[in-house]
Design a protein around this ligand. Structure first.
Ligand code: FES
Length: 157
């Protein structure tokens, strides 16, 4: 369930913690395993992470179900994490999310018909100065407009 490549990445996170504290790497381990499983964490994947980190499965499941950055249903190859917290909301996030949903033909939480893109509403991503903004992978896109969103989405396809 956990590839050699994923184990190598997880091990690099485990090394950052004192010996015997490998469970502290659970968030990164879940992220790595999710990335290798079509952006989705199954119960089996969560248990595999728990086993690898020698921690109770329920403890890993608690982390995986608490944070919104873990997905428990099929998602697109690219996940647009659109902030709809206060700064982004006041700067038009709701209207931009509606534009994005119309452009993609999906509602938030759904996957585009080609399986390429999902949209999630998320809380503040700490880039309020660039509101409205969203995140795709490790990249932040700020000061969004409908034209900017169209360009970004067209480049993903
Ligand atoms: S409110 Fe959107 S980044 Fe902070």
């Amino acid at each position: 369930m956990i590839s050699d490549s994923a184990k190598k990445q997880i091990n690099s996170w485990i090394e950052k913690y004192p010996e015997g504290r490998q469970s502290s790497a659970v968030m990164e381990a879940l992220r790595v395993v999710q990335a290798e499983n079509n952006n989705q964490l199954s119960h089996e994947a969560i248990q595999a992470v728990a086993d690898y980190l020698q921690m109770p499965g329920i403890a890993a499941a608690e982390v995986a179900t608490f944070y919104e950055n873990y997905n428990h249903k099929p998602m697109g190859k690219h996940i647009i994490r659109f902030c709809h917290n206060i700064s982004c909301m006041l700067n038009g996030a709701d209207e931009l999310i509606a534009h994005l949903e119309t452009k993609l033909g999906v509602k938030t939480g759904e996957v585009s018909e080609d399986g390429l893109i999902s949209v999630k509403k998320v809380e503040c991503l700490g880039a309020c100065v660039g509101a409205p903004m969203f995140q795709i992978g490790d990249q932040y896109y700020e000061n969004l407009t409908t034209d900017k969103i169209d360009d970004i989405v067209d480049n993903l396809k």
